[in-house]
Ligand binder design. Structure first.
Ligand code: GLA
Length: 737
């Protein structure tokens, strides 16, 4: 039960006074403390982020206190990295912020510390917020600016957060990729100099990089051991994460050893923002967690927090769906859709999603060069309209979902003919189209466009309230930097206003339709982050559905994002992108580690495969709460081991678990590989049972129905029947009392 604890009690800074650290403000979760310090009239200092000590004096007495500006600004500390840089109305570019007051609000579970900083000379205020999610060990932080100068103050840099880190052997884990290969995990030593992770796509902010990272405190990264800070930015637009080794450690100014300065927030490039008097500007939230159990602990903290607080409908189990894209591509018609629904329902499927190709009356969408924006049914393909499809769905006993790409249009479309001024484009240049050579982005900074985009969903949902799922795609970057809506002297607001517009539309949609399940897709995995997940139930992980490749993509993704949101589909072989052929069981066993779905024609399965698919889908239903709501333990990384991969999900009270094991390369069958388990209760006994069995009468598992202690499994482990290339096994563990 959430209990209202305090509502905005203004605390005198002395109220926090601690030994040595006069005016210290500890932001605390169950196991961690982020410590700030600064008396009224003094600058705010970042002292410490780590496990909660027995007493705060340990931080000061041990020499661990960092004492760096908590939110550095350009001004009297010019050589340092900055979180905020402004140009005042009179042209002065400096800020000197000091503490003005501290307030606390929230509940026992979620506590907000609000620190008000004021400039010593200009009427410019910065509020820093630290929201502690106590039981998840997560701290969310952001800033808000406000001024009463006589004109607009130019914001030139406006980061969400700054964090100093004592310089040492820090390894950075982050994600990198490209279309069809998103969220690949990269691990590297942070060397001297700076490392920047950024995005300027404008529309899809995770196709190449992701605003999420982990950083080790004490050397090489490990899944199970060591101190790790993880961070992830809640923002749908361009971002910048800077890791800068401060070589300007001036001994007259800084007391402590050299630090890495980490600056996290929106990307300020081409984004100078003119803030009017008395208008607040809020940065996106930066989410931080600290783990003493390696990367695995950090991932679990983020997953739990995401399910509890961030992901829409975070505790609702997701349906098993089939998506029509790889099955028929643009070749959508009533008979084909009906047949797919029937076939999917007959193997236990729950939801059918019709992808691209269903719309465009004047210009039917037969390929990717026309029709975006014309969200009416292509009558020749679907004479019975969407109603015909929802009727089919109800006849077959599956739910119905639909694909849209509402932020986009094509040169050849009725929408563009009517509203050529709605696209992102400079008003005196020809637009550069992207996908299909004709696609363009609509200008989401324009309120009329926002209303139109809202109406795309609103019309569909009003006419067809049976729609249970919407796949929202976005397949091109913001190519033409310019808005025909924003005034000439405010063009640099484009990225910020595009995404404010997008987010306000999403808020309107969610206020009216909180229960329709929504998937964020952007050319595959281009929208995998919490900026999106606060509006969307899940994300399309990648257009690459090759199970082998997915092991790597999903491993990277799971570092920061929960399995319940990770759409993972079984597709046909040879895989349409990689041409790889892997057994259906391997494909299912990989897809089952996320939100299971299919992306093929069920009728293309052989009778034996179909019989297996029925079993696999039924088995997934039984382990669904474990996968979608349990704790992830990664055992064997496909990035480190070129033959095997393995992970497991464990129920919160450790009475049940499911283990997934894979073999991707056959080099030698001896010695047999041992899979050492994790996350179990050492003192509990577990019965093992193989699920997702190819042959229902013959488990391949030698340990079938045998009982082991958690201690033995986590110490000695198991050999599993994954002896050949693309062998895989799924084992359920159930506590025996
Ligand atoms: C993108 C998506 C695919 C599919 C197509 C449709 O590429 O990632 O899943 O929806 O668009 O055009």
């Amino acid at each position: 039960m959430k209990q209202l604890l305090l509502t905005c009690v203004l605390l005198m800074t002395a109220g926090y006074a601690m030994a040595k650290g006069e005016a210290s403000y500890p932001v605390q979760t169950k196991n961690t403390t982020l410590l700030l310090e600064g008396a009224v009239g003094e600058p705010l200092k970042f002292i410490y982020y780590g496990p909660t000590p027995a007493s705060l004096s340990e931080i000061y007495d041990s020499g661990t206190a960092l004492r760096r500006n908590a939110y550095p600004t350009l001004g009297n500390d010019a050589p340092q990295s900055h979180a905020l840089q402004v140009k005042h109305v009179d042209g002065n570019m400096s800020l000197e912020l000091v503490v003005d007051g501290v307030a606390q609000s929230g509940t026992e579970d979620v506590k907000i510390t609000e620190i008000t900083l004021k400039d010593k000379v200009y009427p410019f205020t910065v509020k820093l917020f630290y929201k502690a999610y106590v039981k998840n060990d997560v701290i969310e932080t952001w800033a808000e600016y406000f001024h009463t100068e006589q004109g607009d103050v130019a914001l030139q840099k406006f980061a969400s957060a700054f964090m100093p880190l004592r310089a040492g052997d820090h390894y950075l884990t982050h994600l990198h990729g490209t279309w069809g290969n998103e969220q690949n995990m990269v691990e590297e030593l942070l060397t001297r100099g700076s490392k920047v992770i950024k995005n300027r796509d404008g529309v899809r902010n995770t196709q190449t990089d992701n605003p999420s990272f982990m950083i080790t405190i004490d050397g090489k990264p490990s899944e199970t051991k060591g101190n790790v800070i993880a961070g992830t930015l809640v923002w749908t637009g361009p971002y910048k994460l800077e890791f800068d080794y401060n070589s300007n450690n001036n001994p007259y100014v800084y007391e402590s050893t050299p630090v890495f300065e980490i600056v996290m927030g929106m990307n300020d490039e081409a984004s100078e923002y003119y803030l009017p008097r008395t208008t607040a500007f809020k940065t996106p939230e930066m989410v931080l967690t600290y783990s003493t159990e390696g990367k695995g602990g950090a991932s679990r903290n983020l997953h739990r927090w995401a399910r509890d607080y961030k992901v829409i409908n975070g505790h609702k189990l997701r349906d098993i769906l089939i998506n029509s894209w790889e099955g028929v591509y643009f070749d959508v018609n009533q008979e084909g859709m009906d047949e797919m629904m029937r076939d999917f329902a007959s193997i236990g499927g729950e939801l059918f999603v019709m992808d691209d190709g269903w719309f465009g009356d004047k210009y039917p969408r037969d390929n990717d060069v026309t029709s975006l924006g014309d969200w009416t049914v292509a009558k020749k393909k679907l004479p019975g309209g969407i109603e015909g499809l929802t009727q089919s769905a109800s006849k077959h006993g599956v739910k119905f979902g639909i694909w849209i790409e509402p932020e986009m249009t094509n040169l050849k479309s009725e929408l563009y003919e009517k509203h050529p001024d709605w696209i992102i484009c400079q008003d005196n240049r020809e637009p550069v189209p992207a996908r299909g050579g004709t696609q363009l982005v609509l200008d989401m900074s324009n309120p009329k466009v926002q209303d139109f985009v809202f109406s795309v969903v609103d019309n569909l949902m009003t006419k067809h309230p049976e729609i249970a799922f919407i796949k929202w795609d976005a397949n091109m970057p913001l190519m033409n930097y310019g808005s025909m809506y924003l005034p000439r002297d405010r063009q640099s607001h484009l990225y910020v206003e595009y995404h404010r517009g997008f987010n306000s539309v999403m808020e309107r949609i969610r206020a009216k339709y909180p229960n329709v399940v929504m998937q964020a897709c952007a050319s595959g995995g281009g929208r995998v982050n919490y900026g999106y997940m606060q509006h969307f139930d899940e994300f399309w992980t990648s257009d690459d559905t090759d199970a082998h490749q997915r092991l790597l993509i999903q491993w990277g993704t799971l570092n920061f994002f929960p399995a319940m949101g990770m759409a993972s589909h079984v597709s046909t072989v040879p895989n349409h992108l990689s041409q790889r052929v892997v057994p259906l069981k391997f494909r299912f066993d990989v897809a089952m580690t996320g939100r299971l779905g299919m992306e093929m024609l069920p009728k293309d399965m052989t009778a034996t495969e179909r019989e297996y698919a029925i079993r696999a889908i039924a088995d997934y239903k039984s382990i669904r709460p474990l996968v979608q709501q349990g704790d992830l333990y990664k055992l064997v990384s496909p990035y480190e081991n070129n033959q095997y991969a393995s992970l497991m999900y464990v129920a919160p009270d450790k009475d049940r678990a499911v283990l997934f094991a894979y073999r991707t390369l056959y080099m030698s069958s001896y010695p047999l590989f041992r899979f050492v388990l994790d996350g179990l209760d050492p003192d509990k006994n577990y019965r093992l049972s193989e699920i997702s069995r190819m042959d229902k009468d013959k488990p391949a598992l030698a340990q079938q129905d045998k009982i082991f202690s958690g201690r033995f499994l986590m110490n000695q482990g198991l050999t599993l029947p994954v002896n050949s290339v693309y062998g895989s096994a799924v084992v359920e563990l159930t506590e025996v009392k």
